[in-house]
Design a binder for this molecule. Sequence first.
Ligand code: NAG
Ligand code: NAG
Ligand code: NAG
Ligand code: NAG
Length: 386
Amino acid sequence: MQTRLVVPIEDGKDHASTFRANHHRPMPMRLIQIFLMFVVVGLSFSLICLYATKFFSVRTIVPVAPTIIHACFEDVNNLQNWIKPPSDLMHKMNDTELFWRATFVPRVKEYPFKRVPKIAFMFLTKGPLPLAPLWEKFFKGHKGLYSIYVHPHPAYFGNYSSSSVFYGRQIPSKPAEWGEMSMCEAERRLLANALLDISNEWFVLLSESCIPLHNFSIIYYYISRSRYSFMGSYDDPGPFGRGRYDPNMAPEVALSQWRKGSQWFEVNRVLAVKIVEDVVYYPKFRDFCKPGCYVDEHYFPTMLTIHMPHLLANRTLTWTDWSRGGAHPATFGPADIKEEFFRKIIASEQCLYNNQLTTFCYLFARKFAPSALDPLLGLSPRVFGF
Ligand SMILES: *[C@@H]1O[C@H](CO)[C@@H](O)[C@H](O)[C@H]1NC(C)=O
Ligand SMILES: *[C@@H]1O[C@H](CO)[C@@H](O)[C@H](O)[C@H]1NC(C)=O
Ligand SMILES: *[C@@H]1O[C@H](CO)[C@@H](O)[C@H](O)[C@H]1NC(C)=O
Ligand SMILES: *[C@@H]1O[C@H](CO)[C@@H](O)[C@H](O)[C@H]1NC(C)=O
């Protein structure tokens, strides 16, 4: 009785010496038991893995099955896992986690794979996209050169058919109020989500009332060949410009650095990361640029002009009609949709493109009412080229 009780303890103590010197000693029973236990556990795990694979492949689309098998048995740390875009945009990260993840930047500048740079079209909306059929036509045939992100009010879920370019493109959202910091937060959230796809190189902010003024090839060419990003940014000495500056923003922002610009921007990846990573200017604008100071007209133009003025074209790509006066720009309905109206917009002004004077200044226009959709569709092949 006594000797039996002692054996396991002795076994335990003797492990080290067993392997060091006593080669001739037979493997203790206890070790064999542990070894067998590992084999059983390992086998069961493999079986569970295989079973899960079969189970899921029945329920999901067939082409997904091989990746699940790989996840079980292969090292997940291969290049494909780093460069493929997120499969589900409705992730569970909160903004803190998302912004942290979105600002990962490779230090080696050359990509070790063939990267086709894409334009991220980011739709900041209240709810539905009434002009979606026009955009569907615009995107048709250009898969691989664009990605779409939609940030509506969180209570809204766009029920797009699976054949739509907007299908599955809604991102986790929060309410955004016009002229308030929540609007800039929504824009940063859109940028952060779009940054998760490493192939997105240019980021365009749009609303549900925006339309494209040219076909996709022209717009892609114009944006991708530009040396500068199209962020409106100018120094307005009047009450709606410098008049909105609060001295409490110093020393981070001096009056002479204060800028104004349209909310509707296009930025490249470098500037997008700058906007998402900012913790210096954000609290200043949150605390000292409240209505009467429309923060979405000042925060990004001012911050980027301080950081990277040499990357900015200082003008927007989105045509807006402020000529009717007031706080809101004009909205155009079916009666306005005439070829002549667009010919005027398309060549109404002069601007610089890569330091050359041109009348080709706008790629997008707003605001268009839902009722303008049908005339827009009718006119688009002739006037917009799609
Ligand atoms: C996100 O979650 C982390 C961890 O729970 C928390 O520290 C952080 O404050 C959260 N951020 C937001 C914006 O809710
Ligand atoms: C979404 O639309 C489909 C048809 O297009 C319809 O069958 C389905 O019930 C809709 N779902 C919701 C949640 O509205
Ligand atoms: C935009 O403005 C900044 C200063 O505000 C200037 O440094 C930059 O050169 C301007 N960009 C262009 C393309 O002229
Ligand atoms: C886009 O528009 C331009 C100019 O209107 C035209 O030359 C070109 O063929 C169009 N491209 C496509 C793919 O339709």
